[in-house]
Write a protein of this length. Structure first.
Ligand SMILES: C[S@@+](CC[C@H](N)C(=O)[O-])C[C@H]1O[C@@H](n2cnc3c(N)ncnc32)[C@H](O)[C@@H]1O
Length: 231
Protein backbone atom coordinates (compact mmCIF):
# COMPACT_ATOMS: atom_id res chain seq x y z
CA UNK A 1 0.00 0.00 0.00
CA UNK A 2 1.35 3.37 -1.00
CA UNK A 3 0.37 6.47 0.98
CA UNK A 4 -0.52 9.76 -0.68
CA UNK A 5 2.10 12.38 -1.23
CA UNK A 6 0.60 15.68 -0.13
CA UNK A 7 1.54 19.16 0.92
CA UNK A 8 -0.51 21.61 2.98
CA UNK A 9 -1.51 24.96 1.51
CA UNK A 10 -3.33 27.28 3.96
CA UNK A 11 -4.14 24.18 6.00
CA UNK A 12 -5.77 22.44 3.00
CA UNK A 13 -4.33 19.17 1.65
CA UNK A 14 -2.96 19.29 -1.90
CA UNK A 15 -1.90 16.22 -3.90
CA UNK A 16 1.65 16.47 -5.20
CA UNK A 17 1.14 13.31 -7.30
CA UNK A 18 -2.03 14.51 -9.04
CA UNK A 19 -1.34 18.24 -8.82
CA UNK A 20 -4.89 18.81 -7.57
CA UNK A 21 -6.87 19.83 -4.49
CA UNK A 22 -8.70 17.34 -2.24
CA UNK A 23 -11.71 19.63 -1.89
CA UNK A 24 -12.72 23.21 -2.57
CA UNK A 25 -10.38 25.65 -0.88
CA UNK A 26 -13.39 28.01 -0.55
CA UNK A 27 -15.10 25.61 1.90
CA UNK A 28 -14.65 21.84 1.67
CA UNK A 29 -17.57 20.98 3.93
CA UNK A 30 -20.01 23.24 2.08
CA UNK A 31 -18.86 21.63 -1.15
CA UNK A 32 -19.59 18.17 0.29
CA UNK A 33 -23.04 19.31 1.39
CA UNK A 34 -23.86 20.92 -1.95
CA UNK A 35 -22.33 18.50 -4.43
CA UNK A 36 -22.62 15.09 -2.81
CA UNK A 37 -25.33 15.34 -0.15
CA UNK A 38 -27.74 17.59 -2.04
CA UNK A 39 -26.75 16.04 -5.39
CA UNK A 40 -27.85 12.60 -4.08
CA UNK A 41 -30.83 14.01 -2.09
CA UNK A 42 -29.45 12.29 0.98
CA UNK A 43 -31.30 14.44 3.53
CA UNK A 44 -34.72 13.54 2.17
CA UNK A 45 -33.80 9.90 1.62
CA UNK A 46 -32.20 9.38 5.05
CA UNK A 47 -35.24 10.92 6.75
CA UNK A 48 -37.66 8.60 4.95
CA UNK A 49 -39.62 6.51 7.47
CA UNK A 50 -39.45 3.23 5.58
CA UNK A 51 -35.66 3.14 5.20
CA UNK A 52 -33.90 0.33 7.08
CA UNK A 53 -30.55 0.36 5.30
CA UNK A 54 -28.71 2.44 2.72
CA UNK A 55 -25.55 1.73 0.73
CA UNK A 56 -23.12 4.28 -0.67
CA UNK A 57 -19.98 3.76 -2.72
CA UNK A 58 -17.42 6.55 -2.90
CA UNK A 59 -14.50 6.75 -5.32
CA UNK A 60 -11.59 8.24 -3.36
CA UNK A 61 -11.81 8.42 0.45
CA UNK A 62 -9.13 11.10 0.71
CA UNK A 63 -9.49 12.91 4.03
CA UNK A 64 -12.80 11.18 4.75
CA UNK A 65 -14.65 14.51 4.78
CA UNK A 66 -17.55 13.13 2.73
CA UNK A 67 -17.76 10.13 5.02
CA UNK A 68 -17.80 12.26 8.18
CA UNK A 69 -20.54 14.55 6.85
CA UNK A 70 -22.68 11.68 5.54
CA UNK A 71 -22.24 9.65 8.74
CA UNK A 72 -23.28 12.62 10.89
CA UNK A 73 -26.32 13.17 8.68
CA UNK A 74 -27.27 9.51 8.93
CA UNK A 75 -27.07 9.54 12.73
CA UNK A 76 -29.17 12.73 12.84
CA UNK A 77 -31.91 11.74 10.38
CA UNK A 78 -32.21 8.00 9.78
CA UNK A 79 -34.92 6.00 11.60
CA UNK A 80 -33.86 4.29 14.83
CA UNK A 81 -31.83 1.14 14.14
CA UNK A 82 -31.39 1.78 10.40
CA UNK A 83 -27.95 0.84 9.05
CA UNK A 84 -25.65 2.73 6.70
CA UNK A 85 -23.09 0.84 4.65
CA UNK A 86 -20.45 3.20 3.29
CA UNK A 87 -17.90 1.65 0.94
CA UNK A 88 -15.01 3.89 -0.06
CA UNK A 89 -12.17 2.86 -2.34
CA UNK A 90 -8.88 4.68 -2.02
CA UNK A 91 -5.73 3.99 -4.03
CA UNK A 92 -3.36 6.24 -2.06
CA UNK A 93 -4.61 6.69 1.54
CA UNK A 94 -3.49 9.67 3.57
CA UNK A 95 -1.14 8.88 6.43
CA UNK A 96 -2.74 8.81 9.87
CA UNK A 97 -0.99 12.10 10.72
CA UNK A 98 -2.37 13.82 7.61
CA UNK A 99 -5.86 12.43 8.22
CA UNK A 100 -5.80 13.71 11.82
CA UNK A 101 -4.62 17.11 10.69
CA UNK A 102 -7.44 17.37 8.13
CA UNK A 103 -10.05 16.30 10.69
CA UNK A 104 -8.96 19.01 13.13
CA UNK A 105 -10.72 21.49 10.79
CA UNK A 106 -14.12 19.90 11.48
CA UNK A 107 -14.63 19.77 15.26
CA UNK A 108 -18.36 19.19 14.72
CA UNK A 109 -17.46 15.63 13.62
CA UNK A 110 -15.11 14.96 16.54
CA UNK A 111 -16.95 11.89 17.84
CA UNK A 112 -17.10 9.96 14.56
CA UNK A 113 -13.62 11.20 13.60
CA UNK A 114 -12.18 9.90 16.89
CA UNK A 115 -13.69 6.48 16.22
CA UNK A 116 -12.44 6.48 12.62
CA UNK A 117 -8.87 7.48 13.56
CA UNK A 118 -8.65 4.60 16.01
CA UNK A 119 -9.52 2.13 13.24
CA UNK A 120 -7.43 3.94 10.62
CA UNK A 121 -4.29 3.54 12.72
CA UNK A 122 -4.44 -0.16 11.71
CA UNK A 123 -5.19 0.46 8.02
CA UNK A 124 -3.90 -2.29 5.74
CA UNK A 125 -3.92 -2.93 1.99
CA UNK A 126 -7.20 -4.33 0.66
CA UNK A 127 -10.40 -4.45 2.68
CA UNK A 128 -10.76 -2.70 6.05
CA UNK A 129 -14.17 -3.11 7.65
CA UNK A 130 -14.98 -0.76 10.53
CA UNK A 131 -18.16 -1.12 12.58
CA UNK A 132 -18.91 2.31 13.94
CA UNK A 133 -21.54 4.32 15.83
CA UNK A 134 -22.64 1.32 17.89
CA UNK A 135 -23.20 -0.77 14.75
CA UNK A 136 -25.35 1.80 12.89
CA UNK A 137 -22.60 2.54 10.37
CA UNK A 138 -20.29 0.11 8.63
CA UNK A 139 -17.42 1.71 6.78
CA UNK A 140 -15.59 -0.52 4.31
CA UNK A 141 -12.42 1.30 3.40
CA UNK A 142 -10.78 -0.52 0.53
CA UNK A 143 -7.17 0.50 -0.02
CA UNK A 144 -6.98 -0.33 -3.69
CA UNK A 145 -7.45 1.04 -7.19
CA UNK A 146 -11.16 1.47 -7.88
CA UNK A 147 -10.84 -0.40 -11.18
CA UNK A 148 -9.29 -3.41 -9.42
CA UNK A 149 -11.72 -3.29 -6.49
CA UNK A 150 -15.07 -2.66 -8.16
CA UNK A 151 -15.30 -5.93 -10.15
CA UNK A 152 -15.26 -7.82 -6.81
CA UNK A 153 -18.18 -5.84 -5.35
CA UNK A 154 -21.66 -7.33 -5.49
CA UNK A 155 -23.43 -5.01 -3.06
CA UNK A 156 -26.29 -3.07 -4.72
CA UNK A 157 -25.76 0.65 -4.28
CA UNK A 158 -28.30 3.40 -3.48
CA UNK A 159 -26.02 6.41 -4.07
CA UNK A 160 -22.63 7.01 -5.69
CA UNK A 161 -20.24 9.68 -4.53
CA UNK A 162 -17.91 10.20 -7.50
CA UNK A 163 -15.04 12.11 -6.00
CA UNK A 164 -11.57 11.37 -7.51
CA UNK A 165 -9.41 14.07 -8.89
CA UNK A 166 -10.43 16.00 -12.01
CA UNK A 167 -10.65 13.74 -15.09
CA UNK A 168 -8.02 15.85 -16.87
CA UNK A 169 -5.58 15.15 -14.01
CA UNK A 170 -6.66 11.59 -13.29
CA UNK A 171 -7.87 10.05 -16.60
CA UNK A 172 -7.00 6.53 -15.38
CA UNK A 173 -9.91 6.51 -12.93
CA UNK A 174 -12.70 7.84 -15.14
CA UNK A 175 -12.79 4.90 -17.53
CA UNK A 176 -15.73 3.13 -19.22
CA UNK A 177 -15.17 0.13 -16.91
CA UNK A 178 -16.03 2.30 -13.89
CA UNK A 179 -19.35 3.38 -15.44
CA UNK A 180 -20.15 -0.17 -16.55
CA UNK A 181 -19.65 -1.50 -13.02
CA UNK A 182 -21.71 1.39 -11.62
CA UNK A 183 -24.58 0.30 -13.86
CA UNK A 184 -24.17 -3.34 -12.77
CA UNK A 185 -24.45 -2.32 -9.11
CA UNK A 186 -27.33 0.18 -9.50
CA UNK A 187 -31.11 -0.17 -9.27
CA UNK A 188 -33.78 2.16 -10.68
CA UNK A 189 -33.57 5.17 -8.33
CA UNK A 190 -29.86 4.74 -7.58
CA UNK A 191 -28.40 8.23 -7.76
CA UNK A 192 -24.93 9.63 -8.36
CA UNK A 193 -23.35 13.03 -7.81
CA UNK A 194 -20.00 14.39 -8.86
CA UNK A 195 -18.15 17.72 -8.70
CA UNK A 196 -17.08 17.47 -12.35
CA UNK A 197 -19.05 18.12 -15.54
CA UNK A 198 -16.36 16.74 -17.86
CA UNK A 199 -17.73 15.28 -21.10
CA UNK A 200 -15.98 11.94 -20.54
CA UNK A 201 -17.94 11.50 -17.29
CA UNK A 202 -21.27 12.75 -18.66
CA UNK A 203 -21.06 10.57 -21.77
CA UNK A 204 -19.76 7.54 -19.85
CA UNK A 205 -22.67 7.66 -17.40
CA UNK A 206 -25.27 8.27 -20.13
CA UNK A 207 -23.90 5.33 -22.15
CA UNK A 208 -24.46 2.93 -19.25
CA UNK A 209 -28.04 3.97 -18.43
CA UNK A 210 -27.85 7.02 -16.16
CA UNK A 211 -30.03 10.07 -16.69
CA UNK A 212 -27.50 12.88 -16.24
CA UNK A 213 -28.34 16.46 -15.27
CA UNK A 214 -26.01 19.48 -15.17
CA UNK A 215 -26.26 21.94 -12.29
CA UNK A 216 -24.36 25.01 -11.19
CA UNK A 217 -21.05 23.89 -9.68
CA UNK A 218 -19.67 24.75 -6.26
CA UNK A 219 -17.23 27.63 -5.76
CA UNK A 220 -14.97 28.13 -8.75
CA UNK A 221 -16.47 25.17 -10.65
CA UNK A 222 -18.98 26.27 -13.27
CA UNK A 223 -20.98 23.03 -13.46
CA UNK A 224 -21.44 19.67 -11.72
CA UNK A 225 -23.39 16.51 -12.56
CA UNK A 226 -25.95 14.43 -10.74
CA UNK A 227 -28.56 11.95 -11.85
CA UNK A 228 -30.33 8.66 -11.52
CA UNK A 229 -30.03 5.19 -13.01
CA UNK A 230 -33.01 4.52 -15.24
CA UNK A 231 -32.25 1.29 -17.07
C1 LIG B 1 -10.36 14.73 -4.58
S1 LIG B 1 -9.69 13.47 -3.57
C2 LIG B 1 -11.03 12.87 -2.60
C3 LIG B 1 -11.49 13.79 -1.58
C4 LIG B 1 -12.21 13.10 -0.50
N1 LIG B 1 -13.49 12.61 -0.84
C5 LIG B 1 -12.16 13.96 0.74
O1 LIG B 1 -13.22 14.21 1.31
O2 LIG B 1 -11.07 14.31 1.11
C6 LIG B 1 -9.56 12.12 -4.70
C7 LIG B 1 -9.12 10.84 -4.06
O3 LIG B 1 -9.25 9.78 -5.03
C8 LIG B 1 -8.15 8.92 -4.88
N2 LIG B 1 -7.97 8.20 -6.15
C9 LIG B 1 -7.50 8.69 -7.31
N3 LIG B 1 -7.51 7.74 -8.26
C10 LIG B 1 -8.01 6.62 -7.69
C11 LIG B 1 -8.26 5.30 -8.17
N4 LIG B 1 -8.00 4.95 -9.41
N5 LIG B 1 -8.77 4.40 -7.30
C12 LIG B 1 -9.05 4.76 -6.01
N6 LIG B 1 -8.82 5.99 -5.51
C13 LIG B 1 -8.32 6.91 -6.33
C14 LIG B 1 -7.00 9.85 -4.55
O4 LIG B 1 -5.92 9.17 -3.95
C15 LIG B 1 -7.67 10.85 -3.61
O5 LIG B 1 -7.59 10.49 -2.27
Amino acid sequence: MQFSNIKWINNNPYSIDYNDIYFSTDDGLQETEYVFIQGNQLKQRFASHDISHFTIIETGFGTGLNFLAVAALWLALAPVGAKLQYISIEKYPLTLADLSRAHASWPQFAAISHELLQHYAKLKAGNNIYNMAAGLIQLTLQADDILDAIPQISQIVDAWILDGFAPAKNPDMWRPALFEHMARLSHTNTTFATFTSAGVVRRGLQATGFDVKKHAGFGKKREMLSGVFIE
